[in-house]
Design a binder for this molecule. Structure first.
Ligand code: LLP
Length: 400
């Protein structure tokens, strides 16, 4: 982070999210440059990763579509001028109101996750005299090397229609008067860095396509979801994900035909690295780990042994829940300490939960009250997952 940016932070009330506009724009350009090499590839930005109204128009302006999972996200996408005919809408529990909103705007496709949902969409479309464009989200029973909470493509996960029901579901979709069956959707998980997982996904989709072809079904749309991971370990060295290899992998391994379009739903890899959570140090304190339990009846105390040093900052799991929820690693930097001495600290928030810890036993230069701390790679699933627990206010945000 450059000194001008850091000095601009000094006068701002913490905690807040800072988004680096130039990095977001170069990331978007890296995507559009790659995608333009393939005639039929289309990217929809997964709004759930970051729905900040200052960022969304920048993404829409680059020509990306939107991937939404609620009526609220659809409205945000429309407000940011994502074209309605580039909006996809997934989610296992779409409400009637959300479905009607999507129908009203003639979105690109509903990613339908069950046969009962398909029937409801047909009924509602009939009521408002619309034809609903539908892709069926298929659960491929393919795993991924990522945190168990963000694997979505296993049979045990709630997402999608079971592979064994795929044909029946498509036949139902094709028979319904107010449904236009467009294709299939398969998303296997998030923060995936092992490219082999995507090859497995392609193989599984190829099998589906083969099976469908045997039944005279050729989908117009193949939506492969999102999931491309970012480098949380070395964000400053690798600020932009490897989009070249990612798209090339699908071009090589997915057996799509001319006339079929391939859709991607990227979230984290678009916004993850451009965001940092900026927080101020409130207190630094030490706790001692004692060798044995004290008796309340004696007045002798065991001598203190290992020291733990806590840096207590004004942001907590309410602003960034990823470390508490997924044991996620985020690089933490002291932006203002000029000390040459490194010390070992736990960086913790003020929330009344023991899991409100951003990092344990990390080296930082000697840190004191008032120092500014940056928690990096926080642009995806940071601000959108913030809460008001402990009656806190949602974090402020700055884009420059
Ligand atoms: N498409 C579908 C159907 C999804 O469920 C998701 C993410 C995406 C696309 C976008 O995936 P991405 O490209 O961002 O990996 N809160 C978690 C991540 C949850 C991901 C949910 N689904 C985290 O902080 O790691």
């Amino acid at each position: 982070m450059n000194p001008t940016t850091i000095s601009a932070f000094q006068s701002l009330e913490t905690p807040f999210y800072y988004y680096d506009k130039a990095l977001l724009q170069s990331t978007l350009r890296a995507i559009t440059d790659e995608v333009s090499q393939y005639d039929n590839f289309h990217v929809h930005y997964a709004i759930k990763a970051n729905a900040n109204p200052q960022l969304l128009p920048l993404i829409a302006q680059e020509g990306l579509g939107a991937d939404c999972v609620s009526g609220g996200e659809i409205q945000r996408a429309l407000d940011a001028h994502f074209p309605a005919n580039q909006i996809v809408f997934a989610g296992v529990g779409k409400t009637d109101k959300e479905i009607l909103l999507a129908l009203e705007h003639d979105i690109f496709s509903f990613n339908v996750e069950s046969i009962p949902e398909l029937l409801v969409i047909n009924e509602l479309a009939q009521q408002v005299n619309k034809i609903a464009n539908v892709c069926l989200r298929i659960n491929p029973n393919v795993g991924a090397h990522t945190h168990t909470h963000i694997v979505t493509g296993l049979a045990e996960n709630k997402f999608g229609i079971d592979l064994s029901d795929m044909l029946e579901a498509i036949k139902i979709a094709q028979s319904l008067s107010h449904i236009h069956f467009k294709g299939i959707h398969v998303h296997i998980g998030s923060q995936i860095l092992q490219m082999n997982d995507y090859i497995d996904q392609c193989k599984s989709i190829n099998n589906m396509l083969y099976w469908l072809e045997q039944n005279n079904i050729v989908p117009e749309v193949i939506n492969v979801g999102g999931g491309l991971g970012i480098d949380y370990q070395q964000p400053e060295r690798n600020p932009i994900a490897n989009f070249k290899d990612y798209f090339a992998l699908y071009a090589k391994h997915l057996k799509y035909k001319p006339g079929q379009s391939v859709h991607f739903e990227l979230g984290r890899s678009i916004v993850g690295q451009c965001g940092a959570l900026i927080t101020r140090v409130l207190y630094v304190k030490q706790n001692y780990m004692h060798g044995h339990v004290q008796s309340s009846l004696t007045t002798t105390y065991p001598s203190a042994s290992i020291t733990k040093q806590f840096v207590i900052v004004d942001a907590g799991m309410t602003e960034l829940i990823r470390p508490a929820l997924y044991q996620a690693h985020h690089v933490i930097v002291n932006l203002t300490s000029i000390s040459p001495i490194l010390q070992t600290y736990d960086v913790v928030g003020p929330i009344c939960e023991s899991s409100d810890v951003f990092a344990s036993s990390i080296p930082l230069p000697t840190t004191q009250r008032g120092d500014l701390i940056a928690i990096l790679s926080a642009g995806a699933y940071g601000e959108t997952m913030a809460s008001c627990y402990n009656c806190r206010t949602l974090p402020r945000t700055y884009v420059f």
